[in-house]
Design a protein around this ligand. Structure first.
Ligand SMILES: [Zn+2]
Length: 399
């Protein structure tokens, strides 16, 4: 034990010196690192975490201090509250950073699945800080690393027909999110049928959304909610949840909040987040079509941004391109409204059944032109012309 402490002290001194005068720095031999990190002990600790995942008291005892104990107890309660199944935790490796005499950071492979909602398990490699030679856990997560919401701290969970909602404490508006989620799933049923439900995750703030999704800070700062694979995997069957950015979402009026939640629910129940190759005007336009279907507002308001754009610059030459939907793009609202109007003209021409069939076929891998011809009897040029005519009409301009 004495030797280990000494080696770490030397290592720290070496690093500090190195920062000041690089020429004096001597890299420590790799054996010094394994003196600190004891993989066997850490693997046992992680195995205990898995075995006792339903026991908050047992998990708390693995914590290196009060904060870690509270975090681990919360992780246990989250797993129970969310009814997680297939929870596995496995120590992978040390990541090299050490802190203190017998503490180090490692990586733990985690799998989990929300029972009754996720078809397959999500998997992530989560940074974990070990202490006491690996026998205790000092913390979970690291700057810039993706961290699943249920491992971040206490969550409040609500269950409603068709949805489960988990929000970071303080949960504030959780009953509102749950009500919106229930109505959102109900709104998808008349068009899409099915029994699939939605998991809604509500991190503490915009920065926490970025961390939960493992994206660059600020990527979703202007977005009210996003539907995404829980672990970033695009593999078929990967769990897809709705993530709410409270910072934006909580400021929405009741109608807008419902439209956002229903829009995301459409993405989630149809698995749109895992589909490559479907044009975004159809994916996003369809989600808005369902979300706005029962909204009793004049089109002058629901399509106000694209109307303004057409009044200024005339009708667009082509259907919205996928790149127009970049979350950081300007005039994003107008692009979504334009895509919604594409779906509206398809319904006016072929009925809702045609739109739903087109959407399903294209999500299933069919080519848009072929599916459009089969389901609506239109070429893409005819669709574009009808859409341009409608935008011109709404804006009161010549096509
Ligand atoms: Zn969307």
């Amino acid at each position: 034990m004495t030797r280990r402490v000494l080696l770490t002290a030397l290592l720290t001194a070496g690093l500090l010196t190195g920062a000041c005068s690089p020429d004096e720095y001597v890299a420590p031999p790799p054996t010094q690192r394994t003196e600190v990190a004891d993989p066997a002990v850490a693997a046992e600790t992680v195995a205990a975490l898995q075995d006792d995942i339903d026991d908050p008291g047992a998990l708390a005892r693995l914590g290196a201090d009060d904060d870690a104990a509270q975090l681990l107890a919360a992780v246990s309660r989250n797993a129970t509250g969310l009814r997680l199944s297939d929870v596995t935790l496995r120590y992978i490796t040390e990541t090299g950073r050490t802190s203190g005499a017998d503490a180090w950071d490692g990586l733990v492979a985690v799998t989990w699945r929300v029972e009754g909602f996720d078809e397959a398990s999500a998997r992530a490699e989560v940074p974990v800080s070990f202490a006491d030679g690996g026998s205790r856990i000092a913390g979970i997560g690291a700057d810039g690393a993706r961290l699943p919401l249920w491992l971040t701290g206490p969550l409040v969970v609500r269950r409603v027909p068709g949805a489960v909602v988990a929000a970071a404490e303080p949960a504030g508006e959780i009953d509102r999110y749950a009500r919106l989620a229930r109505r959102a799933v109900a709104a998808t049923r008349p068009l899409l049928g099915g029994r699939a439900g939605v998991v809604v995750e509500v991190p503490a703030d915009a920065a926490a959304v970025d961390r939960t999704l493992g994206v660059q800070p600020g990527q979703y700062s202007a977005i009210a909610a996003v539907t995404a694979p829980v672990d970033g995997s695009q593999a078929p069957g990967s769990p897809v949840h709705v993530f709410v950015n409270r910072t934006v979402f909580d400021a929405l009026d009741p109608t807008a909040a419902q439209v956002v939640m229903t829009h995301e629910a459409v993405h989630a129940v149809t698995g749109a987040a895992l589909v490559q190759g479907a044009p975004l005007w159809l994916v996003e336009g369809f989600a808005d079509y369902v979300a706005l279907r029962d909204v009793d507002l004049p089109v002058s308001r629901t399509a106000a941004q694209v109307i303004k754009q057409v009044k200024r610059g005339g009708v667009p030459a082509a259907l919205p391109a996928d790149t127009d939907f970049d979350p950081t793009a300007t005039h994003l609202g107008a692009v979504y409204e334009a895509a919604w109007q594409v779906c509206v003209v398809i319904v006016e021409h072929g009925g809702e059944g045609a739109l739903v069939a087109l959407y399903r076929r294209v999500l299933g891998g069919a080519d848009v032109a072929t599916a459009l011809r089969a389901e609506a009897g239109w070429t893409e040029a005819e669709l574009t012309a009808a859409w341009q005519a409608r935008l011109a009409l709404l804006a009161g301009v010549q096509k």
